[in-house]
Write a protein that binds this ligand. Sequence first.
Ligand code: AMP
Length: 421
Amino acid sequence: MLTTGPRGTRDILPDSSGYWQYVENMIREVCRNFAYQEIRTPIFEHTELFLRGIGETTDIVEKEMYTFTDRGKRNITLRPENTAAVVRSYLENKLYAGPQPTKLFYIGPMFRYDRPQAGRYRQFHQFGVEAIGAQGPAIDAEIISLAVEFLNRLGLNDLKLLINSVGCPACRPVYRTKLQEFFRDKVSQLCTDCQSRYDRNPMRILDCKNETCTEHSQGAPHMVDCLCDECSSHFTGLKEHLTAAGINFVINPRLVRGLDYYTKTAFEIQYSPLGAQSAVCGGGRYDGLIAECGGQPTPGIGFAIGIERVLLALEKQELLPIINNAIDVFVAPLGAETQAAAFQILTELRRANIAVDMDFINRSLKAQMKYANKYPAKFVALIGQDELAQNKVMLKNMETGSQELVERAELVHMIIEGMEK
Ligand code: AMP
């Protein structure tokens, strides 16, 4: 237990943290281009927020939440997703009082008690965006376009964008009744989850992964054929905007979210080389959520992208960047008496904003040179007994192999000059 992390968690080690930084930098760059600003909310919230914000009949709430009672007897949950928390923060901090829409992005860990496998973890990370306060389909297209642009910039081009409309509280009840009629004779043959979904949330039967349920739902009526005028024209508008932006899409009537506050646009981006866990991005409109959380009725739309899956895709396609851990200078003390002087040099160089390391374990000269080369270091600053006595340093340029004895007072200046060459 002491040397093994909990199941479904992973360490991001130094040999891969550079890839995470690369992806995070891309997120920040794209969000800046699209004018979305970062929000950082806490990792835990009141459980009630997720019961409301995700829905009590969802798998997340029913089976996957990390929930506990804290020492003050509060019911707390580690966030399984972040839309509800962003909405909570939007209301608590009155972000609606600023210019609208409120365009936000976040990056951070989420927690779900899921069955771990490749691309599925109990602590995983999402990059998500939320645009709150805009009604029309243009913002839906912007959100989708942001996700596609981010993935494209990383080099992932072989994407499949699936879109659907899940209607609204005006047209969905009619569809729901039609669906229940369609499944009426088949209920007993569906999986136990779907049997309970039949009454509570029949749309969810459509996205059940169970083979029998998939078979039985062939030929089921489609929400897009039952949309009210408003939802229908919104969906048409979305398709027009996506087409105008040159973004390819496929309509998938199985893409559903059965809760009342999810409205109109639902979408998913798949990257098929990932196999079973091919979904990299899921999103949609939630025009009823803000009111559900106690605010004025306000439209909203967002998505979440799984960062682990993006990294898996980049690895699979050999698109991971080469990470540069090079340093400018390696300070090499020769003998214990020179350690303090070496440390002083190290400190001066760092104060001048130069990337520097030194030997801390009394390596031989040969081993120090080998270590410096491994980084690689552009310069090695050697300080032995003689150099110490003369208040000088032997500065070796590792690229050219040339070396010269320099005054300690000149060192920073010479290195900065040498780095510019
Ligand atoms: P969701 O919030 O369920 O719509 O998920 C959005 C995205 O987060 C998915 O498309 C995945 O890329 C990612 N994701 C969801 N659950 C997990 C998990 N348990 N482990 C890793 N990534 C996940």
